[in-house]
Design a protein around this ligand. Structure first.
Ligand code: NAD
Length: 343
């Protein structure tokens, strides 16, 4: 009997030791598993709220998701670590009053991106439209993304120009400020003033507009520290900016299209294009909506301009359909490398 009990005890001890060994192994493996998981988390992840920076530093290479358009949420992650809405309202050639109402209607309809410039002479109107939408509870300041531009005659006094735009807009920070045009004489100096304003929390992201040659873009980038978050150039199906888009993507810069519909006076050229109009008919959408959807699927931020309440609503109603690969290819085939504007 004693022998049987001793045998059973021995078996129990062996089982216990085996169990301990398994646990020990599990404990040593656990951290390894954890580190694999941690390593797979991207350095800059999409944020819940649009205006929060991800943890990206200027010296890092662009995170793999920088520049990737999330059309479910209507945003793209910039190399500055901030998210930017991919569709906005443009305010070129709008009076103060038109800008105020257009911005207000746009924010009410769901837009979160506004594009203006000091040279448009309507920053105060834009600011009033934003304030009205905030007062009426459509949006909060943090939910919206405001872009303005520094005009070339201000390049020698960048810090003052930034303060003046902040005052006119009635904001305490601007989400994105861009240099309106390339101007080799002093654009580096103007860009450095914007870099300083980023350090001071007055600007969140900075970028460029109207740089059409890779060498010109590189000239500015090589002389400055913060990589441009955005390049805003004339872009539409007849001028698709493919080479520039690929070039600037190397430093995580995203292309933004001005004249996304061809611009005032030219829209009918694109609206009546056989490819655009036939795709519009197939989706029961307007040519303007097809053009805008094409921009987003091609990876271009679009900022159509309008002071017409119905057009503003129509231009935002493009998240409920998708162009097929074949339709995208037909649109790509329209490129003529032809601009409508000469500036
Ligand atoms: P756009 O291509 O957006 O076209 C605007 C024209 O399209 C207007 O005449 C408008 O009435 C019409 N339109 C808009 N929606 C329409 C619809 N659904 N149906 C029919 N017509 C419609 O041109 P834009 O406004 O000049 O450019 C877009 C924005 O880009 C500007 O508002 C401005 O914010 C910016 N921009 C920047 C620069 C630059 O140098 N960085 C230059 C021009 C424009």
């Amino acid at each position: 009997m004693k022998r049987v009990i001793a045998f059973i005890m021995m078996l129990l001890c062996m089982a216990l030791l085996a169990a301990c060994g398994t646990n020990a192994a599990a404990e040593t493996e656990a951290p390894a598993e954890k580190s694999v998981a941690a390593a797979s988390v991207p350095t800059a992840v999409p944020m819940e709220t649009p205006a929060q920076p991800a943890e990206a530093t200027e010296t890092e290479q662009p995170a793999s998701d920088v520049g990737v358009f999330d059309l479910e949420r209507g945003v793209v992650l910039l190399n500055s670590g901030y998210e930017m809405p991919v569709l906005g309202i443009g305010c070129f050639q709008l009076s103060q009053e038109q800008a105020e109402y257009s911005v207000y209607w746009a924010l009410r309809d769901g837009y979160r991106l506004i594009d203006t410039a000091r040279i448009y002479g309507n920053e105060e109107g834009v600011g009033r439209g934003i304030q009205k939408a905030i007062d009426e509870g459509f949006v909060t300041r943090e939910e919206i993304f405001v872009t303005t531009k520094m005009w070339t005659s201000d390049f020698d006094k960048g810090a003052e120009a930034i303060e003046a735009s902040l005052d006119r807009l009635g904001l305490d920070y601007i989400d994105l400020m861009i240099l309106h045009h390339s101007q080799p004489r002093n654009d580096v100096q103007a860009y450095q003033a914007m870099e300083q304003a980023v350090a001071e929390g007055k600007l969140r992201s900075i970028g460029l507009s109207n740089y059409y040659e890779p060498e010109d873009f590189d000239r500015l980038v090589d002389a400055t520290t913060i990589r441009p978050a955005i390049l805003q150039n004339e872009t539409h199906p007849y001028h698709q900016s493919v080479e520039m888009k690929e070039h600037i993507a190397q430093v995580g810069t995203v292309l933004e299209s001005w004249f996304p519909l061809g611009g005032r006076g030219n829209t009918q050229v694109l609206f009546s294009d056989e490819t655009v109009s036939s795709i519009a008919a197939a989706h029961d959408k307007t040519p303007a909506q097809i053009l805008l959807r094409w921009h987003l699927q091609a990876g271009n931020i679009a900022i159509p301009g309008s002071s017409n309440e119905e057009h503003i609503a129509e231009n935002y109603d493009i998240f409920d359909f998708e162009l097929t690969e074949e339709e995208m290819a037909r649109m790509t085939a329209l490129d003529k490398n032809e601009r409508f504007a000469d500036y």
